[in-house]
Design a protein around this ligand. Structure first.
Ligand code: DGT
Ligand code: CA
Ligand code: CA
Ligand code: ZN
Length: 590
């Protein structure tokens, strides 16, 4: 069954193509519908399958026209009008728009004027100086394309964690329902929760590998078959490569350890094994000093595997046994990057990592007052329903970076304050009043001090001039007595723009001195700060705030991406402001 994400992707593609052909207004309606379909709590495909446009009425932004397209897709697997648009504009939209500054409209104009369909053609045209000759384009746009095309090309090769994770959940759910599957886990960078994912790795324990491979290649969501053998297969699903490996149940632990990686972590472990006269691989840990018989096992694709199984097998049924055989405690997947985790494990110094359940609130959210989708009351109710003990309402202030009238003025902020207080009086959870102010290029804050003083919590985020060194500017903001959290400090957008260079150690030590927290923005397009910066910030004494930057209640779920990113930064609960009690958070921000 088609997922809400997949339907939303189709509507977004529709919007892009409409935009590119110069259609007005409609693209915005499709984007809005896409967002609401994505966030809808039930299966939209199920509703559409009833072939009753009224059934789709409940989804905000889905009118008759869009409803009929969803029904058409669920019934026939295509949308005729979308296919026509695709034929009219045969461009690699995702690739081209991944260049910072190039949107669907630009793609449409460049296709019409120069026939550009791919990143390579875009780069060639820019190098040849053809783009600045097109009406409406200039030398600056052309230079921007040249500056950003490499980054976009590299980025195109990796998927955002936020896209790969639901994909991984879907494949796992499916495989768990297949006969003969004893166990199924995700492995690779997805299990380590890397910010971007090259491909999804999934591991199955089964004594009937061929049946499992069969079921996998017959998965409804497998769009393209890349390869298939007797115990492994690869497919492409929604543009993401998914690699399946099937092993016998006795080798599941060793295979899970091996295929979780990282490669560098495994190399370091293997060397540790060799120091102990042990051999470690995907089949187990083997004592090669003994004369013992090789353990039996099913032959694998890459040769028989018997050489690799030589010696007495002393571990491998479970992942824990693999680490135990090397005199180590089990190491959480997020730490397996060969960044000192093996030494820490050996010394009993592994961090007591933060967990999702430790988080008690969200300190960065938006409402209809700025660019959020829902009212203050609905966002607060959403936070409560998610299980939070407190939430801060931090709408965008006007100022540098806020375009199209998105931000609220100082006066509007004071008006909003009343509404937030009214809502707060009616609910069980604590509601902090707040704002997301803008940090200008010099570190100035875009809201008057007298207004900031009225608020419980001030998030200050950079939204303009997001390249070059941002350290001093953020340091200035962190020193501001009313600023409590520096929001998405680098301003990076994964796969889109690298963001500011920041000397995290310096920023973090200033932030620690001034009682300012540094945000881990959990939006999977950002994950900012990222893993290594988080670790540096914590080491320098800073407090972290993991916030979703929610623009609708469904976004509270994004917390998981922030928490696991923070785990990759070795964060313990006490390092994270929003694991603290309401009273302690009050203490920190006042
Ligand atoms: P990705 O897919 O680029 O985001 O990163 P990974 O870590 O998922 O890498 P992938 O999919 O190439 O391989 C999955 C895991 O399998 C990897 O983390 C460790 C293991 N692995 C793959 N190839 C090798 C290898 O040549 N040597 C070692 N030691 N491990 C490998
Ligand atoms: Ca992978
Ligand atoms: Ca792989
Ligand atoms: Zn925000």
């Amino acid at each position: 069954m088609t997922s809400n994400d997949q339907l939303a992707d189709l509507l977004e593609e529709f919007a892009d193509l409409l935009d590119a052909t110069g259609v007005e207004y409609k693209p915005r309606a499709y984007r809005r519908a896409a967002e609401n379909v994505r966030a809808y709590p039930e299966s939209v495909a199920d509703l559409a399958a009833r072939d009753d446009e009224d059934a789709l009425d409940d989804i905000e932004g889905v009118g008759e026209a869009i409803a009929s397209k969803l029904i058409e897709y669920v019934e026939t697997g295509e949308i005729a009008e979308l296919d026509e648009l695709r034929a009219e504009l045969p461009v690699d939209m995702a690739g081209l728009t991944s260049v910072e500054g190039v949107g669907p409209k630009t793609v449409g104009k460049l296709y019409e004027a120069l026939g550009i369909t791919t990143l390579d053609e875009l780069e060639a045209a820019a190098e040849a100086g053809e783009i600045q000759e097109v009406k409406g384009f200039g030398a600056k746009t052309e230079q921007n394309i040249l500056d950003n095309v490499d980054f976009a090309r590299q980025a195109g090769e990796r998927e955002l964690l936020g896209d790969a994770y639901p994909q991984g959940q879907r494949v796992r759910e499916y495989l768990q329902s297949v006969d003969g599957v004893v166990e199924c886990e995700l492995a690779g960078s997805l299990r380590r929760w890397r910010a971007t994912i090259g491909d999804v790795d999934v591991l199955v324990a089964s004594d009937a590998p061929e049946d499992v491979v069969d079921a996998f290649t017959n998965w409804d969501d497998a769009d393209v078959h890349i390869e298939a053998g007797t115990s492994k297969a690869s497919v492409r699903s929604d543009g993401v490569r998914v690699d399946l490996r099937v092993v016998v149940p006795e080798e599941f632990g060793s295979a899970l350890q091996y295929f979780t990686g990282s490669k560098d972590h495994n190399v370091a472990l293997r060397n540790r094994a060799l120091d102990r006269d042990l051999k470690m691989n995907e089949y187990g840990v083997f004592d090669v000093s003994s004369e013992a018989e090789p353990a039996s096992g099913r032959p694998t694709e890459s040769g028989s595997g018997d050489d690799q199984r030589a010696g007495e097998r002393i571990a491998g049924d479970t992942e824990e046994s693999m680490y135990d055989a090397l005199d180590l405690p089990w190491i959480p997947p997020e730490l397996r990057e060969d960044r000192g985790e093996i030494e820490a494990a050996e010394n009993g110094d592994l961090p007591d990592l933060l967990g999702l359940a430790d988080v008690r609130g969200d300190l960065h959210t938006h409402t209809v007052w700025s660019d959020g989708n829902d009212s203050v009351a609905d966002m607060v109710a959403g936070a409560a329903a998610f299980g939070h003990e407190y939430v801060a309402i931090t709408d965008h202030a006007t100022g540098p970076g806020m375009v199209g009238g998105v931000g609220v003025s100082d006066d509007e902020l004071l008006d909003q304050l009343e509404e937030v207080r009214d809502v707060a009086a009616e609910v069980e959870i604590e509601v902090f009043t707040g704002v997301e102010a803008n940090v200008d290029a010099e570190g100035g804050i875009s809201v008057r001090d007298e207004v900031l003083e009225e608020l419980d919590l001030v998030v200050a985020s950079p939204h303009v001039a997001l390249d070059g060194d941002g350290t001093e500017r953020l340091v200035t903001a962190a020193k501001h007595p009313e600023v409590n959290v520096i929001g998405h400090p680098t301003g990076r957008y994964l796969n889109r723009r690298p963001g500011l260079d920041v000397d995290v150690e310096r920023l973090a030590s200033v932030a620690a001195d001034h009682g300012t927290a540094l945000e881990v923005n959990a939006n999977p397009a950002r994950l900012d700060l990222g893993d290594e910066a988080i670790r540096a910030a914590i080491d320098a004494g800073a407090t972290i705030a993991i916030d979703t930057d929610a623009h609708r209640p469904a976004n509270f779920e994004l917390l998981r991406y922030g928490v696991h990113t923070a785990r990759r930064g070795w964060a313990e609960p006490s390092d994270v402001l929003n694991t603290w009690s309401t009273a302690d958070v009050r203490g920190f921000i006042s």
